[in-house]
Structure formats: C-alpha cells, structure tokens
Ligand binder design. Structure first.
Ligand code: M6R
Length: 600
C-alpha cells in the first residue's frame, strides 16, 4: 500500500534507497521513484512499473548525494503513470514529498492552492502536500510541515526533503506506518522494518500525530503542536536473513517451509510473555473477532475453538463490515483484532471504534510496534518473522497457534481447565509442529498435481466445521496468486446452490479429515461424484475410503480433530504456489495487490 523510505548519512544515498525500496516492493509496485539532493539541487527520478525499471533508469548516473527519499506505489488517486509516480514536488521543484495513505480533503486544498496560483501536474492527493509546504515555507521546513499537517485530513505518512535545508529529512505519521532506523552517523526512515534491516535493528516507531526530524547524527520527534516527544528505542528481533529468499525461488515458498518454526516460535513467545490482561476476564460475555483476508479465516477457526473450550459466544466479522454496522458492543465485549501487519486500516479503525464504545481490544499481530499493537489494550504476538510474499502463509498458521493458545488461556483463567490441562493443550499444539513439517514433504506431489490442474479456469474448495475456513483460505490463495477463479464453500451448503456448477471442468478440492463431520463430508463427496465432478480429496494418510474416491487423494499426517486446519492448509498453499509458478506468474507480487492495505 505504498512504501516510503528515507536516508541521510555519509554513504551514497541512491543504492541505499533502491535496496530499501526493493525490500518494500511488496507494499506496491505500480511505479517507483526517488528524490535526492545533489549539490544544491533537488533531483527526482521516477519510473512506471517495478523498482527494477527505476534501477535501469539510474544505471550509469553517478549521483553522489548522501540524502534522499524514495517511494514504491500502489495507486489510489490517479492511474499508474510517470506523472502520478512519487516523489511529488511543488512547481519550483524545491520540496519533494513521498507519501503513503490518503489525504481525504485534497480536492478542497488543491482548489484553494490553485486559487493562489499553484499549478498541479498530477492527479494525486500527494501533490497538495508538496504545494502546501511550499506555500507555508518561510525559511523553516519544520514550521512549514507543522502548518501543513494541521491542514490535512485522512490517514497518511510522508517524508519531505528540500535543498534549502540539506541537513534533514522530515517524516510525518498519522494513520499510516512509519519507522525510524537509527545508525551511526546515518539515519533511516521507512514504512516497514525489512527496508532497513541490512543497516540497523535499532528503531523508533512513530505514533500517530508525530513528526520526526532526521539529521545525520540525531533524530528528534515532535507532536503536531511542535512539542518534543521522548521515544523509546526498540531493537528489532529479526535478522537480515529472515528477510532474504535463502535459496528459495520465491519468498512465498520459503515462508510456506518456515511454518513449523513460525508455530514453534509463536508457542515459545506466548509462554514467555507476561499474560496479565488489563481487564477482568470474567466479565467478558461475548467475543467479536475482526480481521480481513487470511487473518479473517484464522479468526473463523478460532471461533470454533473458543466456543468449544469456553462457551463464550464468538462472532467473526470482516473488519470492513464491522465499522459501519450497528453491532452492539459494550464493556463486556472483547474484541479480537487479528492482523499480520498490524497496519490494515479496516481492522485498526474497526478496533478503535469498538474501543470507543467501551470494549476491550486484544490485538493479534506479527509486527511488533505496529499501529494495532500500540492501539490495542493488550497484544498477543505471532512470532513468524517478516512475511514478504503478498500471499499470507506462515503468519496464518502462526495466527492459528496463538488463537489456540489464547483459547486455552481463557479456559484456564475462567477455571474451566486446570494447570495440567493447560500445559497438556500446549504440548499437543507443540506436536503439531512436527506434523506440519511432515506435511511439507508433499511439496513434490503438489508440484506434479499443479501441472495437471493449472489449465482449469474455476475451482471449488469444500470443507466442513474447522475446515470450512480452510476451504476459504485455499480458494483465496489460488485466486490471489494464480488469478484462477476459486470459491470456498461449506460442503453442506453445496446442495443449496453451488452444486449446479459441478461438471468435468470444475476441480473440487474437498477437505475430509477423520473428524466429527467425516461421514457427512463423505456424503458430500458422493454428491459431487454422481455429477461427474473432478475430485481432489485431502485426508489423513492411509485413508482407503478417500483413496478410492475421486481423481486424486492427498494424504496429510493424522492429527487430533482440533488441529486438522494446520495440516490441511499446507497442500492448499503448495497447490496455489505451484500453479501460479508454473503459469509463469509473479508469485510474490501478484497484480493489483499489496501486502498491507492501509486504506479503507
Ligand atoms: O496484515 P493483515 O493480516 O491485516 O492483512 C489482511 C489481508 O489484507 C491479508 O490477509 C490478505 O488477504 C493476504 N493477501 C492474503 O494472502
């Protein structure tokens, strides 16, 4: 959802900006650009397309600048084009701005500035920021930025440089993420941590309503009134290797294979975290989970566990639907806000609106220090490490792990299980790590299967109970990276409509572990078979009933009924990955998508 970076130091800025942008490319890849101060001049270079296009354009230009800002764009206002690419400048080319987010009142501001004689070149909301700063500049960049931010409505993060004050970059955060990286004689600015990991692990997360002034040897943070704010330095626990492909063809494949570690680390992190909740757990009589995409699917599975082990009713609602609906929420409601990035606007704003109504909010996030992490009353962390592939994989199974642990914690705190019961549950989850490892051995089989099925244009995924959300997740993975239409459905619902779609051109992936709904799903398989459907079943290894039904049987390691989602999702992730790869598609950066969606 756009990535922004900034560098000020003693090294050449261009290679640092480009490498930082490449690490943020998952946030958007419609166009890319940089602005540097070369001598006394502001130089702007931008290109439509991926960052490699920008790199090509810069090849051979030996810029010596030590200060610059950069941007990779996911278009919101204005089509992907060179004129709409960032950085944007005022018309005299004195102030360059890179921006992530949306300035909601930009039309009003643009009109006002045009009436004052400003001429705009692009269709973007961002350009008004550069013009406003120019309008307010009176020899002090900080003052001009301060006046500007107080005119802007919406959620945004931006960075600005000017050759009139060559010793600083100013970064602003309100609603969109921005982190400062602290180096020796150099400092960095970025939308997300992986951008700066090769240079430093010492960071400052800006809060909404803060402005950072970065110089070579100092970083100062102020609020929007211009009052200095003292900030803590956070040492990021991730290392640079975790943000590299490590020999895999794509980040997605690497991340699929990292799942056993992600689950194990999440269990370890949970057990070592101080779990004192800042609210009385016994007064909670209702849980509402809010999330988007894959995180929403994890929430659906968490609901089954929560209701099974605690009896507390748990609704799971798309965050984008929650905020504008009249859903009753009070101080006895617990909101579980699940977000890998912790920056998804829909999820954050839904959580904040519930908080205003008196609900307690527990965030489940992967990125420590993210906005949701700071806005929630309490945070549970997935310890999956950075996830770069746009398709969520390891963070999904890590979310399942933390949800399962949270449910056991709730059951324990409400006296429904004893201490031994709690640790037995943790141990069972721990064993699942090995089963997931075993399921990954199916990789070769799924690669072969992909070559057989990649030609189909539509897929149906069916599951019941805990595996209905896995059917949704399997379908989402396939459509987002392979652009093949896929639907996930509760298998029992099929006869109420979707069965009409079944013919020999529609592969049907059916999740059929031996659990409480096994007999029912076998009946659903028969229904598909009798309509000549092409069936791929996923069930426990050695299941002879399944082996004799359908075209293909994928055997996953047997697990207890609570844990089937962990092993069943693995072949679906691998199938989606190999189909997209064999179709020659850009697996890690699928079209139209961005890893983190910071607009509503
Ligand atoms: O960072 P979040 O978990 O809040 O992101 C939510 C969705 O945008 C995300 O899961 C998206 O659906 C992924 N592309 C799925 O693979």
């Amino acid at each position: 959802m756009c990535g922004i970076v900034g560098y000020i130091g003693n090294d050449y800025a261009v290679p640092i900006l480009l490498s930082a942008l490449e690490r943020l490319e998952y946030r958007g890849y419609d166009s890319a650009g940089i602005a540097i101060i070369e001598g006394d001049k502001l130089v702007v270079e931008k290109k439509v397309g991926k960052i490699r296009e920008l790199i090509r354009a810069l090849w051979g230009k030996q810029y010596k600048s030590n200060i610059g800002i950069g941007h990779t764009r996911w278009a919101t206002h204005g089509a992907p084009s060179e004129v709409n690419a960032h950085p944007h400048t005022d018309e005299r080319g004195l102030f360059a701005v890179v921006h992530n987010g949306i300035v909601e009142n930009y039309l009003e501001l643009r009109k006002e500035l045009e009436e004052k004689g400003h001429h705009f070149r692009s269709e973007t909301d961002t350009e008004v920021i550069a013009h406003l700063i120019a309008e307010y500049y009176n020899g002090n960049l900080f003052d001009a930025v301060l006046k500007t931010v107080n005119r802007l409505k919406g959620a945004f993060a931006f960075a600005v440089i000017t050759p009139l004050e060559k010793d600083k970059i100013i970064g602003v955060k309100k609603g969109s993420p921005l982190v400062v990286g602290l180096g020796k004689g150099e400092n960095f600015l970025a939308s997300d941590i992986p951008a700066i990991l090769p240079y430093t692990r010492n960071t400052i997360s800006l809060d909404d309503g803060e402005i950072a002034v970065l110089k070579r040897d100092s970083v100062e943070v102020y609020n929007f009134e211009g009052v200095p704010v003292s900030k803590e330095v956070f040492v990021v626990p991730w290392d640079i290797l975790s943000a590299e492909k490590g020999g895999f063809k794509h980040f997605m494949l690497k991340e699929i294979f990292e799942q056993p570690k992600a689950i194990a680390d999440t269990i370890g992190g949970f057990l070592s975290q101080d779990l004192t909740l800042p609210f009385e757990i016994n007064r909670i009589n209702r849980v509402i989970t809010i999330a988007c995409g894959t995180s929403y699917h994890a929430g659906l599975i968490g609901k089954y566990w929560l209701e099974k082990y605690t009896g507390i009713p748990n609704e799971v609602i798309y965050a984008s639907e929650f905020r504008y609906a009249d859903i009753p929420v009070d101080e006895n409601t617990l909101i579980l806000a699940i977000s890998q990035s912790g920056e998804t606007a829909d999820t954050r704003f839904a959580a904040l609106s519930a908080k205003e109504k008196g609900a307690s909010v527990i965030g489940i996030v992967n990125v420590v220090g993210s906005s949701l992490d700071r806005e929630a009353d309490f945070t549970l962390y997935t310890h999956a490490g950075p996830e770069i592939g746009v398709a969520a994989t390891k963070t999904f199974t890590a979310q399942l792990a933390i949800l399962y642990l949270f449910v056991q914690l709730m059951a324990r705190r409400r006296g429904l299980i004893d201490r031994d019961g709690f640790y037995r549950a943790v141990e069972k989850l721990n064993e699942v790590t090995r089963k997931v490892e075993k399921a990954l051995e199916l990789n070769g089989e799924l690669e072969n299967l992909a070559s057989r099925y990649k030609k189909f244009k539509n897929f149906l995924y069916l599951g019941r109970w805990l595996n209905y959300p896995i059917a949704l997740e399997g379908a989402l993975k396939l459509k987002e990276i392979s652009y093949i239409h896929a639907e996930g459905y509760p298998a029992g619902e099929m006869k109420h409509g979707p069965i009409a779609l079944i013919d020999e051109n529609m592969p049907v992936v059916i999740l059929a572990p031996r659990d409480r709904v096994y007999e029912k799903i076998i009946a659903n398989i028969e229904e598909v078979l009798s309509r000549k459907g092409r069936i791929i079943t996923v069930g426990f290894e050695g299941d002879t009933v399944l082996k004799n039904k359908g075209e293909v049987f994928i055997g996953v390691p047997e697990v207890g009924e609570d844990f089937t989602p962990f092993v069943n999702v693995i072949p679906l992730q691998l199938l989606a990955y190999h189909i997209a790869d064999q179709l020659g598609l850009d697996v890690d950066q699928p079209r139209n998508l961005a890893k983190t969606v910071t607009v509503e």
